[in-house]
Design a protein around this ligand. Sequence first.
Ligand code: HEM
Ligand SMILES: *[C@@H]1O[C@H](CO)[C@@H](O)[C@H](O)[C@H]1NC(C)=O
Ligand SMILES: *[C@@H]1O[C@H](CO)[C@@H](O)[C@H](O)[C@H]1NC(C)=O
Ligand SMILES: *[C@@H]1O[C@H](CO)[C@@H](O)[C@H](O)[C@H]1NC(C)=O
Length: 505
Amino acid sequence: MPYAVGLQAAASALLHAGFPTQFTLAIVIFLLIMHVISCFEQEQPDAPKTLPGHSLSAIHPFFRRRFDFLNWGFHATGQSVFQFHLLRNQVIVVSGERARETFFAARGLDLEQGFKILSGALPTLKGVTSDLQNKARNIIYKRLATVQRNTSLSDLIPAILEDSRRIMEGWGSGGSFDPFEKVYELIFQTTVRSLTCSEIADDPAIVARLKVLYDKLDHGTTPATVLLPWLPTPAMLKKLWATKQIYDIVAHAIATREQSGVPQNDTLQMLLDSKDDKLIIVGFIMGLLIAGARATGTTASWLITFLGANPEWRAKALLEVQTLLSNYPLSQPTPNGSTSAHLATIPLEAWEAEMPVLDSLIRETLRIAQPHSAMRRNLGPDLYIENKRVPTGSYVIYPFSDVHLDPELYPDPWKFDPSRPVDTKTPFGYVGWGGGKTTCLGTRLAKLELKMVSSLFLLGFQHHIVDINGKVADVAPKPDWNDIHMCRPAKGSCYVKYEKLETQL
Ligand code: HEM
Ligand SMILES: *[C@@H]1O[C@H](CO)[C@@H](O)[C@H](O)[C@H]1NC(C)=O
Ligand SMILES: *[C@@H]1O[C@H](CO)[C@@H](O)[C@H](O)[C@H]1NC(C)=O
Ligand SMILES: *[C@@H]1O[C@H](CO)[C@@H](O)[C@H](O)[C@H]1NC(C)=O
């Protein structure tokens, strides 16, 4: 009986151990007992049904296979609202039309707190992004609105196009690439351009380093880093180190600008001219870059993928861009006759109002390939969703798949079909840019980037999708909603095959 021997040895070792060991053990045993008791606690009648199984068994699937896990939860409980526990945190998952109406309107539900525990992807540096008080956040959002004023956004047009031209030049005369790497990389550059400064955006080496650091933050999110953020696990230390390095890059750029005494014409200058606290500036750049670059990069990657798999939509989009160019002819030829230079003369208003085809392509891409789950924490009083109590302090999740993949609202939901009619009757029938109390504050910038990048690509290249064997695929891969970052299909299962056209980029 090796176990009994082991236990006996352990017991006698313990008796001889010092006070600290006994004390620690006593605490562990106490916690275990508390835990067992809490498992037998009577469920309140208005509490959502709890997932079967031990609470610890929810951790792995919640972080690694979220889409399957949440779907299984609705199935296993047979309810449209259910709950489970992540350690001591009560998490309530809701679905259905009435639930989402309450969810998006409820005043007490807080996005930032929900995001922090359940996602943990934001860099947390004390006093910078983690304890960002409401005041600081409001200033940051105000500055983001300033960046998207007509005049500032218009100023960004040539810069974003020039970045796109330079990177697409680097793609050469043809070949194939993984859109989830190459297109994402391009969007990362244009987003850095829009949100930071020339010192960073003009230096491809720094931008590449920033991207590596941001990816580390995203992929370094393990259950432990989210649930036990104070625990110095290797993953946590790596994240902290990456955050520190991002901080240094941003702080260095600020110092360089201040020392040079030469004002530039970019977002950093706007922030400096607003006389904001330096921590606000760092928070603006670090926080928004991560909120913006990944969502926009994911969308652009899928947009190029869907265009490559749907030749008729590709043709429609190309025609739209060509029409736009002919509606805004050059008054005098540009010195080098380049496409990007011509696109740069198109006014903001035209990009926004005269591209209905691209608008519907973006809309459909977000519906089918944005694996978002809205997460909140109830900071207000108890509230009820579908007659189930959501206590103060608990977390609430609304998975976007509930509405965006609902066959009642979107027949044959996995089919990419930008011609679907826009349903304006169903409450929150489309939440690609959020809804109710929290809507995306970067929509204008994101849409503009998406339109400019895809326009230049369509004018400069021919492209289609190939599968792993290099065979032309006329169906795009199915978005994998279990990948909570990019909905990315299995690695290597899909490539963009492209050929440069005669047009000068
Ligand atoms: C295609 C690109 C993007 C998509 C699809 C997108 C989508 C969304 C969605 C769905 C939400 C609401 C989240 C929720 O309710 O849980 C949101 C919030 C937000 N987005 Fe975006 N976003 C994009 C790009 C950007 C960019 C480029 C920025 C900034 C430069 C940005 C800044 C924000 C901010 C600050 C919030 C939080 C708003 C709040 O606290 O009320 N987003 N976004
Ligand atoms: C800022 O730069 C843009 C081009 O990127 C230019 O069109 C605009 O006139 C400049 N604004 C100022 C105030 O210099
Ligand atoms: C012309 O093309 C070059 C690169 O070939 C680019 O750097 C430059 O900005 C373009 N000039 C104009 C006026 O668009
Ligand atoms: C800003 O641009 C939008 C559309 O692009 C337009 O509807 C609006 O009138 C413009 N605002 C100002 C103040 O020019």
